[in-house]
Design a binder for this molecule. Sequence first.
Ligand code: DC
Length: 260
Amino acid sequence: MTVSTSDNSTLNEVSSDNNANPMQSQRYPVICIDGPSGAGKGTVTWRLAQALNYQLLDSGALYRIVGLKAFEAGLIAADASQAIDEAAVLKLTQSLEIAFLPNNQSGRVDILVNGEAVGEQVRNETVGGYASQIAIFPKVREALLKLQQDMATRSGLVADGRDMGTVVFPDADVKVFLTASAEARAERRVAQLKNAGQAADFDAILTTIKARDDRDENRTTAPSKPAEDALRLDSSTLDADTVYDQVKQHCQIKGIFFNS
Ligand code: DC
């Protein structure tokens, strides 16, 4: 697998990285935002990357792409009735070429796989479930490890995921574990779907969220958990601005400089 990002993007302009240390040419600041889906990681990650002019790593998107492609290749049964072949998923993972293109209009990263846009489908809960199923495989995680780490060799990086602070960037400058109750996250998802004019069943969404949390937190390899030195933040009753302000303040305490 290869991953590339847009060189034109303001998020990738190394030269304007005001935190780069010229004495350590390969060492750029890394901020890790870990935690379960729906806790608000994506929003705070995007805002930090914009404010600091850092690159953004949406590691969940990597697992989602592998999950989606594995499903399309018939390696994952829709009803989870058959065991998944780890070697086949690994081979598929190694064959993918992924490009991340920050999209300022949507406030998210557009994704191309083997030159084709994957669209919003990759973000839905079904694909999140496929991602969580293939994310238990150590060899698949290993195949994704170095390319995630390589993203911190070009500019400052804000990385969003489950194991950013524990496994991928254990020496990161800033680690945050952002969580929220499963109920609060299900309510947010219901509101999102309703806003998009789609049907939403709170109980079904809550069950799916809890099942995914359980799988992500209890797998043997790189389970979702806070790093020992992470700031733990519960966003259940906080709005996005408050979460951002608290994370920003923590970054500043850790020596990250913001222009505004
Ligand atoms: O953050 P997300 O919802 O896009 O992640 C989708 C799934 O991918 C998540 O349920 C578990 C897996 N994942 C992971 O195992 N490690 C990461 N660093 C990011 C995501």
